[in-house]
Design a protein around this ligand. Structure first.
Ligand code: ZN
Length: 138
């Protein structure tokens, strides 16, 4: 069994943003040389997400509205913000959207359904954050 590790770095221009990172993960799979295995992609920060869904802009607006409805931004809305932070909403949004995805690698490629794409979801951005890509297999 072989393994390959890569850290992707993101620094979004907006506080909240969704980015399609499928090409970057695919590039890591190619670099790994692994033909059959598993690829883990996880956000390394507790206010950002990695998830799989459709690359459709209306859906992304729906996600943004949905998480804002569930956990609206606001300094005085969360116990967590009593620590002096203002990102209580971002922790909750990250939990809703998920920490990581695990993808199968078959014949050296991400073995996806027809519309599956990997996204980085940022909820407290405008600073450097990392995503871990760990590939195991042979
Ligand atoms: Zn916080």
């Amino acid at each position: 069994m072989r393994s390959y590790t890569e850290y992707l770095v993101f620094n979004t221009t907006k506080r909240q943003e969704f980015s399609n990172i499928t090409d970057q993960v695919e590039a890591a799979v190619i670099k790994s040389g692994i033909k059959e295995g598993i690829c883990l992609v996880n956000a390394m920060h507790i206010t950002s997400s990695v998830f799989i869904n459709d690359d459709e802009s209306g859906l992304h607006k729906d996600f943004a509205l949905w998480v804002e409805k569930l956990a609206p931004y606001g300094k005085d809305k969360y116990q967590h913000n009593l620590t002096g932070e203002d990102n209580g909403d971002a922790h909750l949004k990250r939990t809703i959207m998920g920490r990581e995805v695990v993808c199968a690698i078959t014949n050296g490629k991400l073995d996806f359904g027809p519309w599956e794409q990997i996204f980085y979801g940022e909820f407290d951005g405008q600073r450097k954050k990392r995503v871990l890509v760990k590939i195991i297999g042979e």
